[in-house]
Structure formats: structure tokens, C-alpha cells
Design a protein around this ligand. Structure first.
Ligand SMILES: [Zn+2]
Length: 179
């Protein structure tokens, strides 16, 4: 398995342990289970750090030795929903570059909630992100589901009813698009 792990590292050049576990899960090793794979990857990373074939370039992010200097070029970046800055996501679903922007986002939401008519850029951004969250959560049929809705309702500061209504609109639109 070490050869396989190494080949994924070489392919990615810059990676997190999570990335490599994800790669492994797309192979026959999937059946060994996530926590087993995670431990294997972590051990391997430690060994390679010790051998100096890879370098830790940021918290939880590693790069092959030759790519350590320009590591940021090799990692997939995302635009922050609040400040528009490019950032390196540590989590798969991370939407904001920082804790400050996350706070700002929720503050903004509670402000704009009272001024729905206004179509500021920030509010449009906010709507877009919210919608993406809904689409992601209710895939693949976009049918309302109380359990998912109650989770999201806390996360987005929205009532379950509001989520249900929003979902109806999304479903209609996606259906119209043949999705
Ligand atoms: Zn930001």
C-alpha cells in the first residue's frame, strides 16, 4: 500500500492526509475502512517527513520537497463568500477564509434578513452560498427531509419552513433545466 500512497502524493504534489485518504477510498483499499486508511496515511506522512522527502508547508498541508517553495500554486483554492479572497480550504465544505469572515457572514445574514428587498452584492453572494448548501444537502432529488432541514436550519439561521420553500424553488428550477 505504501507504493500506492506514495504515487498519490506524487500525483498531487501538495496534499493533506484527508486528500490521500480520499484517493485511497477510490481504490480496492476502500474496504479496509476509513480509520485504518487514515492511520496508514498518517504513519506514512510521518516517515516521509522524517526522511525529508516531503515538507509541512502549512497546518496539515504537505508538499513534495521540490514543490514546497511554490506549494500554493498546486493546491485548489476557493473564493471566500464574504471577502472574495482566494483561500486554501482545510475542510471540504469550508466557505470562508477565516473565523472573522464566518462571523461577518452570519451578522450580515441577520442584517439583510430585515432588508430583503435590497440586492447588495454581499446579499447576492450570501444567497448563492446558501443555495449551494441546500443543493448539496438535499441531493439527489432535492426533496424536503426534516432531519436534514433541522440541521441546516441551525447552520443557516433559517426556519425549516423557509428551507422548505426555498427548496421548492430550487427543485422547480433544476427540473426545468433537466437535472
Ligand atoms: Zn474572507
Amino acid at each position: 500500500m505504501k507504493n500506492v500512497i506514495w504515487s498519490f502524493m506524487v500525483k498531487r504534489k501538495v496534499f493533506t492526509a484527508k486528500d490521500i485518504v480520499k484517493d485511497l477510498e477510490a481504490t480496492k483499499y476502500k474496504y479496509l475502512g476509513k480509520s485504518f486508511l487514515r492511520n496508514k496515511v498518517k504513519d506514512f506522512i510521518k516517515q516521509q517527513l522524517y526522511k525529508a522527502t516531503i515538507t509541512a508547508v502549512s497546518e496539515g498541508i504537505f508538499a513534495l520537497k521540490d514543490y514546497a517553495k511554490d506549494w500554493e500554486k498546486y493546491i485548489e483554492k476557493r473564493k471566500c463568500a464574504v471577502c472574495d479572497k482566494d483561500f486554501v480550504p482545510f475542510e471540504e465544505k469550508q466557505l470562508f477564509c477565516s473565523k472573522e469572515c464566518k462571523k461577518e457572514y452570519y451578522k450580515l445574514y441577520h442584517q439583510t434578513k430585515r432588508h430583503r428587498g435590497k440586492t447588495s452584492r454581499k446579499f447576492q453572494n450570501w444567497q448563492k452560498w446558501e443555495e449551494e448548501k441546500l443543493i448539496e444537502a438535499f441531493k439527489p432529488d432535492y426533496r424536503f427531509n426534516r432531519q436534514k432541514a433541522s440541521q441546516l436550519s441551525k447552520e443557516l439561521g433559517r426556519s425549516e419552513e423557509a428551507i422548505k420553500e426555498r427548496l421548492k424553488i430550487i427543485r422547480k428550477r433544476l427540473k426545468g433545466a433537466g437535472l
